[in-house]
Design a protein around this ligand. Structure first.
Ligand code: FRU
Length: 456
């Protein structure tokens, strides 16, 4: 609430936060990262993963509302203000972006044709479909994968993943982080994006901090350099992108220690971070990762941050099949995992000891995925492979298309409400399907935040 916001920030903090200049303040921002080393998610911690009533959702049954008659949706993210609060546009609209694919596409093939679409709503639960955001062929990739977006003075900065290369005839898996811009225009009738800027590649891995695709081809499993999440640190005003990466170098280079299966060295997921260095969001400096999971997990997807009570809560999604071999009693489930530190560059410790925050009920372990925690600790996700009734996930893609279509949600799951007390979390409520509440961050509130955004 307002009181704690005032108490945690001095006038100087507010001034620094609101007037951050990435050129002038670059060295100040860089200083805390220079000798930083990533926090580790260890095998010992991952072996403490347990499925409990505190982290398990209810079984999802049909009928449930579907956000679109035409497209599947999966990874979703809100249009925010620069401080991470959910934006409310003139006309009263909240905007939700999501990866989309036509419903004619087999669920397992959707990643190959993904485009970013958008939806808008006044009450956060009845969503109107706006269509795809970018014109066909605008992206330098062959498909558009997850990202984040914020609005500033009527201009939206879209950060997303361009996967593959535009025009390629064979799918390739290079992932580059791209910035695109557009004006957002809204009134009582709805929301549109106009006046698009060029799509620019702003981040690529350099092979030392972050693995390149070429390095990964030495034998790694599913490679990542993707899912940019814009984050403005309330304590410093410094502006960052977080993203999913893999530790730089060749697969298998890491020594996992005695007693660990040698193949575990192929698992090198990390949560990367880059610092803004110019005023138009096109230049970023790669920094050492915030967190890494060597010998533990290959994928730390869709990393995102919520600051609450002065603590930094770093969340990521991961799959059962990307946990390293040999963990006891077994690999962790598909789930939302979280870590907490006392500052951006602090030592991140796993929430609940193991990191596990949200997972599916054991009888339907793949029914939802891609959890995204908003500043009020509500959690969005999408309905994935539901009502499988024990059919192994590996077999679903081999079953007739009718079965695959009938057991894929491709729409928003019930929104969850988390309670977070220090390093412990618990699901306290399941809310409406796809509800997105207007949540504020605890960052200082800057003047002119809610200026009319339709000026130009
Ligand atoms: C998570 C994810 C993201 C990626 C997208 C591709 O569900 O794997 O990491 O951007 O899906 O469809």
């Amino acid at each position: 609430n307002q009181l704690t916001i005032f108490r945690t920030f001095t006038n100087k903090d507010i001034e620094r936060f609101c007037n951050y200049n990435p050129v002038k303040d670059f060295n100040r921002c860089l200083s805390e990262h220079i000798n930083a080393v990533p926090s580790n998610w260890t095998r010992e911690q991952a072996e403490m993963i347990r499925i409990t009533p505190e982290n398990t959702t209810n079984v999802i049954n049909e009928p449930f509302p579907r956000i679109s008659p035409d497209v599947w949706i999966w990874d979703m993210w809100p249009l925010t203000e620069k401080d991470g609060s959910i934006a409310v546009l003139p006309g009263g609209w909240r905007v939700l972006f999501a990866l989309t694919a036509p419903k004619s596409v087999l669920p397992g093939k959707r990643h190959d044709v993904a485009r970013i679409g958008y939806f808008y709503s006044r009450n956060g639960v009845d969503w109107i479909e706006g269509g795809t955001v970018f014109p066909e062929g605008a992206s330098p990739g062959s498909r558009e994968w997850a990202g984040s977006a914020f609005v500033e003075n009527g201009r939206v900065n879209f950060f997303y993943t361009a996967t593959g290369r535009r025009g390629e005839t064979q799918l390739t898996f290079e992932q580059r982080i791209v910035l695109a811009t557009a004006n957002v225009v809204s009134n009582l009738d709805g929301v549109i994006f106009t006046n698009f800027g060029p799509h620019r590649v702003i981040l690529e891995p350099e092979g030392v901090l972050y693995q390149t695709l070429q390095q990964s081809q030495g034998g790694g499993i599913i490679y990542a350099f993707r899912d940019p999440f814009f984050f403005k640190d309330p304590a410093t005003g410094c502006e960052y992108l977080l993203f999913e990466g893999n530790i730089g170098g060749l697969p298998g280079e890491i020594n996992c220690g005695p007693g660990v299966p040698p193949e575990a060295s192929l698992y090198t997921g990390n949560i990367g971070i880059a610092l803004l260095r110019n005023n138009n969001y096109t230049e970023w400096q790669l920094l050492p990762a915030l967190l890494q999971a060597p010998c533990v997990n290959q994928q730390t997807e869709r990393p995102h941050m919520v600051v609450s009570g002065g603590r930094y809560y770093l969340f990521t999604d991961s799959h059962r099949f990307t946990f390293a071999p040999g963990l006891m009693p077994g690999p962790g489930p598909d789930g939302l995992y979280g870590f907490v530190a006392s500052r951006l560059r602090g030592n991140y410790v796993p929430l609940n000891g193991s990191g596990l925050v949200v997972t599916n009920p054991p009888q339907e372990p793949f029914q939802a995925y891609s959890w995204l925690v908003l500043p009020d600790f509500t959690v969005l996700s999408f309905i994935d492979n539901f009502n499988l009734q024990g059919i192994p996930i590996e077999e679903v893609g081999l079953l007739p298309p009718e079965f695959q279509f009938a057991h894929f949600g491709g729409t928003l799951a019930p929104t969850l409400q988390l309670e977070v007390l220090g390093t412990r979390t618990r699901i306290v409520n399941e809310l409406a399907f796809g509800l997105m509440t207007v949540s504020e961050t605890e960052s200082p509130k800057c003047p002119n935040k809610h200026l009319d955004r339709n000026k130009d």
